[in-house]
Design a protein around this ligand. Structure first.
Ligand code: PHE
Length: 467
């Protein structure tokens, strides 16, 4: 069993530096939703929904969020708020300072480090497209010319490196400001803007001829096209999109006050994430169908089709600027949560100042991301192939999202369900909540449903389960 509930005020952890706190429940919700809503919602979700036939996939994804995503988010918030610490220290507090469970915290820090290194490269593409849209680079070009711009960008190592560096510096700059003055302040500015931009774009596509077809593609379940692999992909994506499995929500939960209702807050964050993912589809698919594109294009969907289309409709240049700004904002509020996991780890575990704990890991991530930024361009890193036969970028992406996040998630569920001090967890879950009675439902979801679903997903990935 772990040590008794710590009475130490949070201000005493972190090498004598006052541990930050969200200024209000809304501040937390915006920051947590900012972490969840990111490239996963706007770039990835539409293209995997497109590949998997639309409606039925969306439905399965919804079920995955309710059955797996929501319980794990609650678990992370419970651990974070109870221990008031970042992952490694948090597991140490709950399981004992010598416990092997602390490695789960390390896994989270490492995962955050790796994801941010290439996430920043994709965010850099969005920044590049903002600039291209502002410079009117997309007008007067044929669809082929516009589509090929992405292929050119992908191989332009120097340009990717430039944007990757800029985006990392922005992320470092915000996290540097701390919880309230950095993360929360920027989430308060960027999240409402993101929502507004989405509304403008939805309002515009309503008038496109393919709107009705787009809507029915997203909402009418068509089970013919859905494969077992698609179902598993939906479960895996629920993880990534909700920022689960690596301690991001745990860390954000550690800055929460006891007054917040965790049951409700998690529900709000999951719902906001879902709404944005659906709105992204509502923007992209009407465009796809209005212009006769195929919905199952894969990762290029957003970068290759959106600019083509926007260059052809009235007000398109402005919409293109807005769309890519949206993508960059969404990425920024997620990247700061990735860095915060690493930063808070160095503050809590080694007593570093926030300044040092932001700068050193931030710059190391910047460096580690260089091979990803150069993965498409000629030279050293593009010819590098890992054992899984992928370039550096694809390898780290594959490792982190397919293995490290699900593994982290299943271990968090097993730890909290079977090994953490039950009374303490129950107490934390119910503190400040009006929904105390659902504790038992949540507990069994975490103990049984989540591990079973995740083991099936992992077995399928190692190809032991051939679906
Ligand atoms: N949830 C983010 C997205 O959808 C990505 C992310 C994953 C952020 C894990 C933090 C932790 O883009």
């Amino acid at each position: 069993m772990g040590e008794p509930v710590s009475q130490t005020p949070p201000s005493e952890s972190g090498g004598g530096f006052k541990r930050g706190m969200w200024s209000s429940r809304t501040g937390f919700i915006l920051a947590a939703a900012g972490s969840a809503i990111g490239l996963g919602n706007i770039w990835k979700f539409p293209y995997i929904a497109g590949v998997n036939g639309g409606g039925a996939f969306v439905l399965i994804y919804l079920v995955a969020i309710v059955l797996v995503g929501y319980p794990i988010m609650l678990a992370e918030l419970v651990i974070g708020r109870n221990t008031q610490a970042s992952p490694v220290v948090a597991f140490g507090k709950l399981a004992g300072p010598e416990s092997k469970w602390k490695m789960l915290g390390w896994l989270g820090v490492l995962t955050g480090f790796i994801i941010l290194s290439y996430y920043s490269v994709v965010a850099g593409w969005a920044l590049n497209y903002v600039l291209m849209s502002v410079c009117d680079f997309l007008s007067n070009k044929s669809p082929e010319q516009i589509s090929s711009l992405f292929d050119k960008l992908y191989v332009a190592g120097d340009i990717n490196l430039f944007w990757h560096t800029l985006f990392m510096l922005l992320t470092i700059g915000i996290v540097f400001g701390g919880v309230k003055k950095g993360i929360e302040r920027w989430a308060r500015i960027l999240m409402p803007m993101l929502f507004l931009i989405m509304l403008i774009l939805v309002a515009r596509v309503v008038f496109l001829p393919g709107f009705v077809r787009g809507v029915s593609f997203v909402f009418a379940p068509n089970f013919d096209k859905l494969t077992a692999a698609g179902v598993l992909e939906a479960v895996g994506h629920a993880f990534f999109t909700l920022s689960l499995g690596m301690g991001a929500m745990l860390t954000y939960g550690s800055y929460l006050s006891k007054k917040t209702d965790l049951v409700k807050a998690s529900a709000v964050v999951c719902s906001l994430d879902l709404i944005i993912a659906l709105m992204s589809c509502l923007i992209i698919f009407p465009i796809v169908f209005s212009f006769g594109f195929e919905p199952d294009q894969g990762p290029g969907l957003v970068f290759k089709t959106i600019p083509v289309v926007l260059s052809q409709i009235a007000g398109g240049e402005l919409l293109a600027i807005l769309f890519f700004l949206l993508l960059a904002f969404a990425a920024l509020t997620s990247s700061i949560s990735l860095l915060e996991v690493v930063t808070s780890h160095f503050i809590d575990s080694f007593g570093w100042s926030r300044k040092k704990a932001t700068l050193i890991p931030g710059l190391l991530i910047l460096l580690f991301g260089i091979p990803s930024a150069l993965a498409g361009g000629g030279g050293l890193f593009s010819s590098w192939e890992s054992i899984v036969g992928k370039n550096f970028f694809d390898t780290v992406d594959y490792l982190a999202t397919n293995w490290m996040l699900p593994l982290g998630g299943i271990l968090i569920a097993i730890f909290i369900g079977w090994f953490a001090p039950l009374e303490r967890i129950k107490d934390e879950f119910q503190t400040g909540s009006k929904f105390k009675h659902i504790f038992i439902v949540w507990l069994w979801a975490i103990r049984v449903i989540v591990p079973i679903v995740m083991v099936v997903v992992l077995l399928y990935k190692v190809r032991i389960l051939d679906l």
